[in-house]
Design a protein around this ligand. Structure first.
Ligand code: ARG
Length: 461
């Protein structure tokens, strides 16, 4: 029997079974995490005197050689060795002889694969945090160029009140900030070490789990061996955080698609981020934001997929859990591409400030400000609101915007109106007046920008 576990078997594995159950085609992505975990494990075995120190050293060197060979693309992973763990163990034995067989002392593939996954999730979580930061930087840069750009703010996709474009962009900055916070918070749970849990019940060897934990820079060890080998919460958490992040990305993408349409013409995406049509020569399609929006589906799918795999699964390890990998690999790949495209796409888009301003100058989005005007003159808001409703209706019937009505027309609705109403209705004033904390007023947006930049700076100290 060529299998590492072949002892109790009398027949070769059916080829189809071998192919169907093998994970090597994808879990080879974990090769370096697997070697890192093994080096820590064997170091601990040597230090604890569970295997002779020289053997531990030989194994460690052997593992390093294998890592180098993998790096150089000099190894072939084989389906007959099923997964990354047994492929590497086999390579080790081929490399250094039977002493390599001592590596698996006091551990099982169950705590081994869980450890690999913890190391992997921790690594990619940090990578995602860095990539999100790049998008945030692009948003801040674009916001800085647009602290005076007035655009319509929407509710129900109907013009609601004028806002600064910088304010709109920064809304996404804060969404991403929370995404980052969720990812970094999850690290404290990812930082639990499963190694030493054995197959499910612990081990008879006098291992030092704390030492292995220290070597791998985990913050603690799982206190329960059953939980250690069967927990995939940390993968779920990554997928859930990724899903929320993709939700945000899909919303921003949608806005970029709308804004760059002929109907809006608020922005133009750089040519290098668009594609053409094979039949309609005039087209410039926002394929990238469309795909980002579309790829949100697979990221949600990977979360739902793993939730479903784990639902109702009895303790402890079950082969079902091998299904934790392809989904997260796909999600990481999707996020990596999305974030790497989003940052330069935001940085290079052209903002059509004039079109945005024209839009707010030709609508009724300053109506709330007339109400507020009457309120400052002593009228209860509800009454003011009713009057403005009538004024807007009158304006629509007369085909005039609020700035185009004469003072005499205003006075027919309320004697409280005076010439100063016109200054109040200028879009710039309408924006400026919203100076409450977190509002779109210029001063507030500048403060927000400062806060955002502080957050970015903190990240790097
Ligand atoms: N390839 C397996 C996985 O990814 C490794 C653990 C296998 N353990 C076992 N008892 N068959 O889950």
């Amino acid at each position: 029997m060529s299998k590492l576990w072949g002892g109790r078997f009398t027949k070769e594995t059916n080829k189809l079974v071998e192919e169907y159950t093998a994970s090597i085609s994808y879990d080879q992505k974990l090769a370096f995490e697997d070697i890192e975990g093994s080096i820590a494990h064997v170091t601990m075995l040597g230090e604890c005197g569970i295997i002779p120190k020289e053997d531990a050293d030989t194994i460690q060197k052997g593992l390093q050689t294998i890592a180098e060979k993998i790096q150089a693309g000099q190894v072939e992973f084989l389906v007959e060795h099923e997964d990354i763990h047994m492929n590497i163990e086999k390579m080790l034995i081929d490399e250094i002889g039977p002493v390599g067989g001592k590596l698996h002392t006091g551990r099982s593939r169950n705590d081994q694969v869980a450890t690999d996954m913890h190391l992997y999730v921790r690594k990619v979580t940090n990578e995602m945090i860095e990539l999100i930061t790049k998008v945030q930087e692009a948003l801040v840069e674009q916001a800085k160029h647009n602290v005076d750009t007035i655009m319509p703010g929407y509710t129900h996709l109907q013009r609601a009140q004028p806002i600064l474009f910088a304010h709109h962009l920064l809304a996404y900055f804060w969404m991403l900030e929370r995404d980052k916070e969720r990812f970094s918070d999850s690290i404290k749970r990812t930082n639990w070490l499963p190694l030493g849990a054995g197959a499910l019940a612990g081990t008879t060897f006098p291992i030092d789990r704390e030492r292995t934990s220290e070597l791998l820079a985990f913050s603690t060890v799982y206190p329960n061996s059953l939980d250690a080998v069967s927990d995939r919460d940390f993968v779920l958490e990554f997928l859930a955080n990724a899903s929320i992040l993709m939700t945000h990305i899909s919303r921003l993408s949608e806005e970029m698609i709308i804004w760059s349409s002929q109907e809006f013409q608020f922005i133009e995406l750089d040519d290098s981020f668009c594609t053409g049509s094979s039949i309609m020569p005039q087209k410039k399609n926002p394929d990238v934001p469309e795909l980002l929006r579309g790829k949100t589906g697979r990221v949600y799918g990977n979360l739902i997929g793993l939730l479903t795999v784990l639902k109702g699964l009895p303790l402890a390890y079950n082969k079902d859990m091998q299904e934790d990998k392809e989904g997260i690999f796909d999600t990481v790949n999707t996020l990596d591409g999305a974030l790497k495209l989003l940052a330069p796409m935001i940085a290079t888009m052209t903002v059509k400030q004039e079109n945005m301003y024209n839009a707010v100058s030709n609508d009724y989005s300053n109506a709330t400000d007339i109400a507020d005007y009457l309120v400052t003159k002593g009228l209860p808001f509800r009454e003011a609101h009713a009057i403005i409703g009538q004024i807007v209706l009158y304006g629509i019937q007369q085909q005039k915007y609020l700035l185009q009505l004469s003072i005499d027309e205003y006075k027919t609705f309320s004697p409280l109106f005076e010439e100063d109403i016109y200054a109040v209705l200028e879009p710039k004033h309408v924006v400026e007046a919203r100076n409450s904390i977190g509002g779109t007023g210029h001063q507030q947006v500048l403060k927000q920008l400062e806060l955002a930049e502080e957050k970015l700076e903190k990240m790097f100290c």
